[in-house]
Ligand binder design. Structure first.
Ligand code: 13P
Length: 249
């Protein structure tokens, strides 16, 4: 059995409202009952504070942060701000931000470094596009994203890597266990090469069309330490079975 406890994080993206926070209660209860698994939800910024009051042991996180503490950055939110709102974690470098906001590896690294310095569980996302995989370049692309996006000289705080193949996000096209095993093995090797023994402690999450009916198979793959879940994290009905599948049997 892996020494790393599984971590299942829901990324609500630009979805949800105050009423939807009612989903947190049953999710938290299921997480407590399942035991042995860490569970988080990353709602939009506007819901973080309210989510914190209903977290019931769930780790509440943000979906992005700015690398700077404060300043003239209209529309941006700093690590200190999301922490004050109640966030204990943050996702950085999601492929949707890399595409929509043109975020680069150096920007993602700066955010990751700021988040770790602020004591947040820091989830750095990587993942190839369909064309990269078709060309057999998926491992090279992900390795280059890891090189450029992970913090330099990391020793303290909790760093998590999420492998999210872009072609699997929101498409229903989940990566096969063979794809996932191959990539997670390559990511683990890169982490150990970069950080030594500490690289063995980093949890590597899979993301991309994780659902109740494929979660157990994905969690059984070597080096899969949990999941980053989009659509299926929006309701307790769909998310709870994924949490349960991650719990040690
Ligand atoms: P889906 O689970 O909706 O495919 O989204 C995955 C994702 O992008 C999580 O960050």
């Amino acid at each position: 059995m892996s020494l790393r406890r599984k971590l299942v994080v829901g990324n609500w993206k630009m979805n949800g409202n105050l009423a939807q926070l009612a989903e947190l209660g049953p999710i938290a209860e299921a997480a407590r009952e399942a035991g042995g698994v860490d569970v988080g939800i990353c709602p939009p910024f506007t819901l973080i504070a309210a989510a914190g009051t209903r977290a019931g042991g769930l780790m509440i996180g943000a979906q992005d942060c700015h690398a700077k503490d404060k300043g003239a950055h209209t529309g941006c939110t700093s690590v200190a701000m999301i922490k004050e709102a109640g966030a204990r974690a943050v996702i950085v470098g999601h492929s949707e931000r890399r595409t929509d906001q043109h975020e680069t590896d150096p920007e993602v690294r700066a955010k990751a470094e700021a988040a770790l310095a602020g004591g947040l569980v820091t989830i750095v996302c990587v993942g190839e596009h369909a064309l990269d995989r078709a060309a057999g370049k998926h491992e090279a692309v992900v390795s280059s994203q890891l090189d450029g996006s992970l913090p330099d000289g990391w020793e303290e705080g909790e760093l998590v890597v999420a492998y999210e193949p872009v072609w699997a996000i929101g498409t229903g096209n989940v990566a096969t266990p063979a794809d996932v095993t191959g990539m997670h093995g390559a990511i683990r090797a890169a982490l150990v090469a970069r950080y030594g023994d500490l690289g063995g402690r980093i949890r590597i999450l899979y993301g991309g069309s994780v659902k109740a009916d494929n979660a157990a198979e994905l969690f059984a793959c070597p080096e899969v330490d949990g999941a980053l879940v989009g659509g299926a994290s929006l309701t307790a009905e769909q998310f709870v079975p994924i949490v349960e599948a991650a719990a040690p049997s």
